[in-house]
Design a protein around this ligand. Sequence first.
Ligand SMILES: [Zn+2]
Length: 355
Amino acid sequence: MSTTNHEPHSAGTESGPSRRSVLRYSALAAAVPAVGGLLRPGAAEAAEAAYDPVPPTALGPEIPAKGYLVQEVRGGLYWLTDGTYQMMFLVTGEGVVVVDAPPTLGHNILRAIGEVTARPVTHLVYSHHHADHIGAAGIFPKGVVRIAHERARHLLREDGDPNRPLPTRVFSESYRLEVGGKVLHLSYQGPNHSPDNIFIHAPAQRVLMLADVIFPGWVPFKGLAVSSDIPGWIKAHDQALSFPFDTFIGGHLTRLGTRRDVEVQRAYVRDLERFTREAAASVDPAPMFAKYPGNAWAVFKSYLDAVAEEATGRMLPTWRGRLGAADVFTLDNAHVMHESLRIDHGVLGPFGIRP
Ligand SMILES: [Zn+2]
């Protein structure tokens, strides 16, 4: 299928959407009767919603009543979604290679594969060890070859979850998986969202899958996707763009992505870093020391809150309406960006080296 109908940048400008375009978004979002998954805003709900309406550029295809949508991207590569989680599978001449098994899709994974082929699942690739992306890995038969990064094996062994069987094959840097004449390239480029998160590239289909880094049409999930390595997670945007791909599968949320989606989120993250640095330099903690004498944690929490709120205030005029839920998660994202700037980059503001 084509992804050009999801052009993520059809409205708004580099300096952000006008008030008029935000209003236009509102009207369009309210006019969409069902957008799949958890998001079904009606006109009345949209009018009363505590948060901004979801911009049309964040919407995806409608999810059928059976609870999942399966579509061929191209060349025997299919994506499968419930409107919140995404995975993919590659139908080859010898069997089916599945990438990820989110528990929200669960047994619908087998139903969806059964809709498009009678061939058996022979291989299962884990993008990373997190249960929300591979927690249904246990539904596949024992003989299936399970492939993951070597760190995933260690992490899964520690987790001890029977629904996430250990990989039977691991790699450290890269792995070429060829089954029935079709190829996936798996590559590890360092820790990012998790210590074991890998890039899964289908060169013939020009598809890149990378879970929990880029969220096409939406701001990143809270706290920069609750990532274990924020500098690595930021770097992963450039690493993703170094692959030749046209279609991006992010593991979330409503729709497939494009290279443009990766670039747009990279711009969001760059703005967030710049505004958080500026906020960290401008917030004065002196009044907080005066307000909470002797309570260091209260002083510190007030300072961290003030920096995140200041950064968010600078972000929202540009990003509201340009990415979905900017008003929902930008504050959480600013908190985590600030913590990374402090801890990873030594941006300590008034708590730096005493003069
Ligand atoms: Zn994850």
